[in-house]
Design a binder for this molecule. Sequence first.
Ligand code: ATP
Ligand code: MG
Length: 302
Amino acid sequence: MRDQAEKLREMIKLRKNYPGDGKEKNDVPENSPSPVIDSRVIAVTSGKGGVGKTNFTINLGITLAKAGKKVVILDADLGLANIDVILGSIPKYTLVDLMETDLPIEKVMSEGPGGIRVISGASGVEGLIDMSEENIGRLNRRFSEVSRYADFILIDTGAGISKSVLSFVLAAQEVLVISTPEPTSITDAYAVIKAVGNQERDKSIQLLINKVRDPKEANEVYQKLYRVGKQFLHMDIGLLGYLREDPQVVKAVYSQNPFAVQFPGSHAAKDLNLVAQNLIEKEVYKTKENTGFFQKVIGMFK
Ligand SMILES: Nc1ncnc2c1ncn2[C@@H]1O[C@H](COP(=O)(O)OP(=O)(O)OP(=O)(O)O)[C@@H](O)[C@H]1O
Ligand SMILES: [Mg+2]
C-alpha cells in the first residue's frame, strides 16, 4: 500500500499541467480596465451531487490557512448553499449583500476556523441575470477587493452542468472536479469535464478523488477519467490527489465542526495535507485572464 501511495504521489507530481506563461504578479498593468484579481481563483465542482465538494472546500481552505495562506471561500451553490451548516455558523450577510449594498467587504465575509473567510451563498443570486452593466462593473470591483484578503479564492459550486454552475466554473482560473469511485460519479464527472472542454479546451482541470478505500482505487479512477479525457476530448486532465473514505468526516459533519479542525490526525485530514501542499506547489499562472470574474460569470449566465 505504501508503494502505491508513493507511485500516486509521483504521478501527481508529474501532472503539474499548468501552462505557466512566466508572467508574474507585477507584469499585470495596474491601470487595466477590469480590476485584476490577484488570487488563485479555484472552482470546486462535480457531476454527481453529494460527493464531498462542500466538505472538501472548507477543509482545504482550513488546511491552506494552516500553511499560512490567506483563503476566502465563496459559496456559489445557489440552490443549496450549505457551507454555514458545515461550519455551524449563521451568516449575517451573503453574496447578495456584496452585490446590492455598499457594506465594507470585511463585513460581508464571515470569519471561519483558522482565519478563513467565507462569503455565504444566497438564493437571491439569480438576480445576477437582470443586472445592469453598471452594477456588474461594481460587483467586479467589489470582488477584486476580496482578492486583497486571499491567496486562494475557493468557490464551492453546485453539482451538474446547469448554466449557473458552468458560469462559475468557466469564470474561475482553475477547476477541481471531484469524483468518488462510484461508476455514476465517474460518468457524471466526465460529463462536467466535457461541458467545460466544449467551451474551453485548455482549461486547467484537475481531479480530486474522494471517498477512496486506498491510493490504488484513487489511481484507477484517475486512469479511467484521464484516458477518456485524452481519447475523446483531447484534454490532459490533471490529478490533484485523493481523500480516503473516513468515518471521522461524517462525525465532523454531525458535530458541525470541520474535520481538519476536529480530527487533524484523521486519514482524511492527512490526505488533505498532501492535497494542499500539492496545490500550493503547482505553478500559478497569473494573466490578464484573471480579471472581471463576475463579468464572466454573468456573461455566461445570461
Ligand atoms: N472523505 C469522506 N469520507 C467519508 N464521508 C465523506 C467524505 N467526504 C464526504 N463525505 C460524506 O459525504 C457527505 C456529502 O458531502 P458534501 O455535503 O460535502 O457533498 P457535496 O458534494 O457538497 O454535496 P452537494 O452536491 O449536495 O452540494 C458528507 O455529509 C459526508 O457524510
Ligand atoms: Mg455542497
